[in-house]
Design a protein around this ligand. Structure first.
Ligand code: FES
Length: 146
């Protein structure tokens, strides 16, 4: 049996063979960009990274009110001096979360949602809390993990 006879026996055309890799890659892309827990944040894999607070990029976290966004997670030092890590993606429509140290809360500028230091909703329109991450400070090494 020739190759063309084999494919036509199963109703496969040359166009279908050409489209197979394209359809396969679209499916993978959609899976990679999904948000599996519905609470915002980086959920496309395990979260576990370390920030060196002795480097200029992260040294702001040594000061009360300092904050950085890394891997879609906002890490902040509160006015009380404690460190907090939350998803930096608003649970309403994905706006960028910022830290307002004077108010002691996290804020989304898109529609005005505010979140507490534990990620809970203070006021909407967001209805779901921000995902909270664990922190472990060893010297100047700050580990952020789920
Ligand atoms: S996207 Fe944050 S309040 Fe709407």
């Amino acid at each position: 049996m020739k190759r063309t006879e084999f494919f036509s026996a199963f109703g496969i055309t040359a166009g279908m063979l050409f489209m197979a890799p394209v359809l396969s890659s679209c499916s993978k892309s959609m899976t990679d960009s999904s948000n599996s827990n519905g609470t915002g944040g980086n959920t496309n894999g395990p979260v576990d990274f370390t920030l060196d607070l002795s480097t200029p990029a992260y040294s702001g976290l040594n000061n009360k009110g300092g904050s950085v966004v890394v891997n879609s997670i906002i890490v902040a030092r509160t006015s009380a001096g404690t460190l907090v890590a939350l998803s930096a993606i608003c649970t309403h429509q994905g706006g960028p979360i910022g830290f307002e140290s004077s108010a002691g809360q996290f804020h989304c500028p898109n529609h005005g949602s505010n979140f507490g230091l534990d990620g809970s909703v203070i006021n909407g329109p967001a209805a779901a809390p921000l995902k909270k991450y664990n922190l472990q400070l060893t010297g100047t090494s700050l580990r952020v993990y789920a």
